[in-house]
Write a new protein. Structure first.
Length: 134
């Protein structure tokens, strides 16, 4: 039986692509709830009183879609990582220091997953590979 580390060079870029795809889809769902109230009843913000929610919704919906398909992964992931850092400190951190108490677990995780995608790229399955990106 071979050692699992023998397979790591083959599977690592593929699993990176899966991480990128799933993170992008889940992030897109947050944007769709802000912009389109989809799935129904999830969020229905008032953009007139909270215009930053509209900006966040656009970044999350369309940025998440770009990350999911692996197009412009590095610059979009960097932008989304920054959005989550700002969102965490504006919305969650004032409630409590601890992410478990302030509800910011997902924001912190998204921030660092997107920062990792910025550094590592999108893996082998994505449109960046087709357009000649690294």
């Amino acid at each position: 039986m071979s050692d699992l580390s023998d397979h790591a060079p083959v599977w690592q870029p593929r699993v990176l692509s899966l991480l990128r795809f799933i993170a992008g889809l889940l992030f897109m769902e947050h944007g769709m709830s802000k912009l389109f109230d989809f799935p129904p009843g999830t969020l229905h913000p008032t953009f007139a009183t909270q215009p930053l929610l509209f900006v966040a919704g656009v970044l999350e919906c369309f940025g998440g879609a770009l990350v999911a398909i692996g197009l412009f992964t590095r610059p979009v992931a960097f932008l989304l990582s920054g959005e989550m850092a700002i969102g965490y400190f504006m919305v969650h951190a004032p409630k409590s220091f601890f992410p478990l108490q302030n509800g910011g677990d997902a924001a912190v995780l998204y921030c660092f997953v997107f920062f990792y995608l910025f550094a590592a790229g999108g893996g082998v399955w994505g449109l960046d590979r087709l357009r000649g990106g690294r």
